[in-house]
Design a protein around this ligand. Structure first.
Ligand SMILES: [Ca+2]
Ligand SMILES: [Ca+2]
Length: 235
């Protein structure tokens, strides 16, 4: 009798999890999530472990904060596309009257923060040399899998840190927790207009043990304890 591959896969996930986690898998709950606070001048897309988890909901406004719940799993690959608003032909903004500047900062509820340990690579910049009289933009192709867990960023430079004074965040920024996080960008915060960031968080910086829910869609989650109260979202 042949056992279907899917059944074997599910059995393997269950065995691994019961071995590694010491308990059968359950559905994630709100308390398993952590807050992601993200601020970009002007906008961003955030990927965690290869999946798109947040997009700047107000693309142009440079000083809004996006604050969302995310479900962490370690090692955790974080990949970000940050975009400084720029005319595609000139690299300038505000009807080609201003070079404009960028800036990105992130803090997660597990203590993960942006800093110069992150990788940063520019993919669009201009006006080249700051020449606003004859503005020119350089674009280099963005790899299709730039946000994937197994993407090789080993040749990317490290991010540059910028001070709060250099970036000049406005009021919503101060209403959110960014303590310990640094503003980052590639080398030129004015001319570099599309920048990709990547980092890998090997384990939770706050040292707190958290279940790994990856692959949960392929197994039947643990049912609530007999006699225990069923949560509204439990099966
Ligand atoms: Ca710019
Ligand atoms: Ca800007």
């Amino acid at each position: 009798m042949s056992i279907p591959t899917r059944t074997l896969g599910i059995a393997l996930v269950l065995t691994l999890c019961s071995t590694v986690c010491g308990q059968p898998p359950r559905k994630p709950r709100k308390e398993d999530t952590i807050k992601a606070n993200v601020y970009a001048d002007n906008s961003f897309k955030l990927y965690i472990n290869g999946e798109l988890v947040a997009v700047d909901s107000i693309a142009f406004v440079p000083h809004n904060v996006v604050s969302v719940d995310v479900l962490p799993a370690y090692p955790m690959t974080i990949a970000v596309m940050a975009i400084d608003n720029a005319d595609p032909k000139t690299g300038m903004e505000y009807a080609n009257t201003n070079i404009g500047d960028g800036g990105f900062i992130l803090k997660l509820g597990d203590g993960t923060v942006t800093n110069a340990n992150w990788k940063a690579k520019r993919f669009s910049w201009g006006p080249v040399g700051g020449d606003t009289e004859n503005p020119r933009v350089v674009n280099i192709p963005i790899p299709k899998d730039w946000y994937a867990v197994d993407f090789d960023d080993s040749k990317w430079p490290n991010a540059m840190e910028f001070t709060e004074e250099e970036i000049g965040p406005k009021s919503p920024f101060f209403e959110h927790d960014f303590k310990g996080a640094k503003f980052i960008w590639s080398d030129d915060v004015k001319l570099d207009n599309v920048v990709l960031f990547r980092t890998v968080v090997k384990s939770p910086p706050d040292g707190k043990d958290r279940p790994d829910f990856r692959g949960l869609t392929d197994v039947v989650p643990q049912r609530p304890q007999r006699g225990g109260r069923r949560r509204p979202n439990d099966r």
